[in-house]
Design a protein. Structure first.
Length: 265
């Protein structure tokens, strides 16, 4: 079954963002990573069979506006707290990949009153001495794509698709915003580790076993800081398990979250 998603725009804190919304049930907010969320990926459509899935494009990304106030990941976290309140989302499942996983954690340490659980996939956000990290700011465009995946056939298909002029402009816009959020310090918040203990919700940490951007050993570091955290490592997988191994990701997701109750009236 293919669940349709409706595209709309929402204005929050004076910033208009693009929002895709589909499915029925309890709300699930998906926070994308550095590459944006221009399209609905198959795993999102499958999640929409059990949830009402909301996929916004962050301020500064894709079709969303670039607000002058966006300086760091904290600004983005407070924006989404306003977004959640404005849309009156309750009992919310928060899912984020990479930069979006970091963002989900920044949101949860500030106010988790409307959240019920988190799934973060290969999140950045903390620094662990002695664990080497990839630096995609220094990689060529092809290296950035190749280092995301173990399965290079996926990469070959992606590289074979020549972007349109509009798609190329969006890619540059996304890269610029990522640099605003994560250039210095590189992909982490030096204060986040001190406050992760505030997240008292069930947290699932999903990692690709062969992640070349952030090694899977980072998962244990996050788990040691979050009281109710569980780790799921996806074998033979890179930085984006929902894209590279969607069936395995969804299996782990459903095992963690259990039976999904009907939407509240």
């Amino acid at each position: 079954m293919t669940v349709p998603f409706a595209l709309s725009t929402v204005e929050v804190a004076g910033c208009r963002i693009a929002l895709k919304r589909g499915g029925q049930g309890r709300p699930l907010l998906y926070l994308h990573g550095a590459n944006g969320a221009a399209v609905i990926a198959p795993f999102m459509a499958q999640l929409a069979e059990s949830f009402e899935v909301l996929v916004p494009e962050h301020p500064g990304f894709g079709a969303s506006e670039e607000p002058g106030w966006l300086d760091n990941i904290h600004d983005l976290a407070y924006f989404y707290l306003d977004f959640i309140e404005q849309l009156d989302l309750r009992n919310l499942t928060l899912v984020g990949t990479s930069l979006g996983g970091w963002l989900a954690l920044e949101i949860a340490v500030r106010n988790a009153s409307r959240l019920c659980a988190l799934t973060v996939v290969g999140p950045s956000g903390i620094y662990v001495p002695g664990l080497p990290r990839g630096d995609f700011f220094l990689w060529t465009p092809e290296e950035r794509v190749r280092n995301l995946f173990v399965d290079q056939s996926i990469v070959d298909r992606l590289l074979a698709q020549r972007p349109s002029e509009q798609e190329a402009e969006i890619e540059l816009k996304n890269q610029f915003t990522v640099a605003r959020l994560a250039w210095e310090p590189r992909l982490f918040d030096p204060h986040l580790h001190k406050w992760l203990h505030r997240i008292k919700l069930p947290v699932q940490i999903v990692w690709g076993e062969a992640d070349r951007i952030l090694p899977a050993a980072y998962a244990a570091a996050f788990k040691s800081l979050i009281p109710q955290a569980r780790i799921d490592v996806i074998p033979h997988c890179g930085h984006l398990p929902p894209i590279e191994k969607p069936a395995e990701f969804l299996r782990a997701f459903r095992d963690f979250h259990g039976p999904i109750p009907p939407a509240e009236k």
